[in-house]
Design a protein around this ligand. Structure first.
Ligand SMILES: [Zn+2]
Length: 309
């Protein structure tokens, strides 16, 4: 087992060496633009907002993909190797990409960790581990935006003024979003502000906007919810007459349906309140591929589900 663990970084290095050799010279760069590879859909949108016309961005994880479980493919390693800059979220969100990212960084690749701009005192800790879902508090996401702008300016000083201007325009949009969320949240009576989802992604949302938040799985989706977790949460829902529980786009619906069934066995009927974007944004088809649109979708779904008129 230990031997196997030691071999994994060696394998990563071997793949990197292979791609370094095969990818020079780089040919498919957009001329003049900073080429950026990012991990999640949230970062894809954020980087487009800050980078504007000065950058070409591609994301590794598609819409609906769970970042906790995501492993970089050989093709992903090649994309990261070719990029001028790699941006990732950090705090172990991309828990299975740690070796690849640190190998690239140690080989001199410019890597920006978006959560590095956030004071650790502002983060939630569970059992000594920081909660990685920083995008659910708009104020924290603004700090991530600032960190990305700082990193892009350092990588591409010629366009620094443009990145700063894009940042301040986007910060204004984010302030408006924050106001919208607070206004919608105020439509729900305080006793009804209980958000139950498939995994504990919404801790920062709860803290920022005054919701009690409970997840069927923990902060990472790597450990599955046990039957004891389901029964405990089902009893809580029945006793507190919580009228809706929510599905997440990046996780299978079956775990929440099992929870709903367990609540029924406790003599109470809770409905499925709708689907929330948790660890992935939506796609361009439904227009919810931006952070702002996805967050508006979430607060609208939460408000409608919990009002329960
Ligand atoms: Zn998550």
């Amino acid at each position: 087992m230990n031997l196997l663990k030691r071999r994994i970084p060696c394998l990563v290095m071997a793949v990197l060496v292979l791609f370094t050799a095969s990818c020079v010279p780089v040919q498919d760069k957009d001329e003049g633009n900073l080429n950026i590879t990012v991990t999640t859909t949230m970062l894809l949108d954020l980087t487009k907002q800050i980078g504007g016309g000065c950058v070409s961005v591609q994301g590794l994880m598609g819409c609906g993909v769970d970042p906790h479980q995501y492993r970089a493919s050989a093709g992903d390693v090649m994309k990261m190797q070719k990029a001028d800059v790699i941006i990732y979220s950090g705090l172990h969100l991309e828990g299975k990409m740690g070796d690849v990212l640190s190998s690239l960084e140690s080989r001199g690749k410019k890597v920006i960790c978006a959560s590095d701009g956030i004071d650790r005192e502002l983060l939630i800790q569970n059992d000594g581990v920081y909660d990685p879902h920083i995008w659910f508090d708009v104020c924290l996401w603004k700090l991530a935006a600032k960190e990305v702008a700082k990193g892009l300016s350092a990588a591409d000083p010629e366009n620094a003024a443009q990145y700063e201007a894009n940042l301040s325009a986007y910060e204004k949009e984010l302030d408006k979003l924050d106001g919208y969320i607070r206004e919608k949240a105020s439509e729900i009576g305080e006793s009804r502000r209980v958000l139950i989802t498939a995994h504990d992604a919404f801790g920062y949302f709860g803290k920022a906007y005054g919701f009690t938040v409970m997840g069927l799985q923990g902060v990472s989706t790597v450990a599955e919810a046990g039957t004891a977790d389901v029964s405990r949460l089902a009893r809580f829902i029945a006793e507190n007459k919580i009228n809706a529980v929510f599905i997440e786009t990046s996780l299978p619906v079956k775990s929440v349906e099992a929870l709903q069934e367990a609540v029924r066995a406790n003599g109470f009927e809770t409905s499925l309140g709708g689907t929330l974007y948790s660890d992935s944004l939506g796609d361009a088809k439904n227009g919810e591929d931006s952070y702002i649109a996805a967050f508006k979708h979430n607060i609208d779904v939460i408000t409608d589900g919990l009002k329960g008129e």
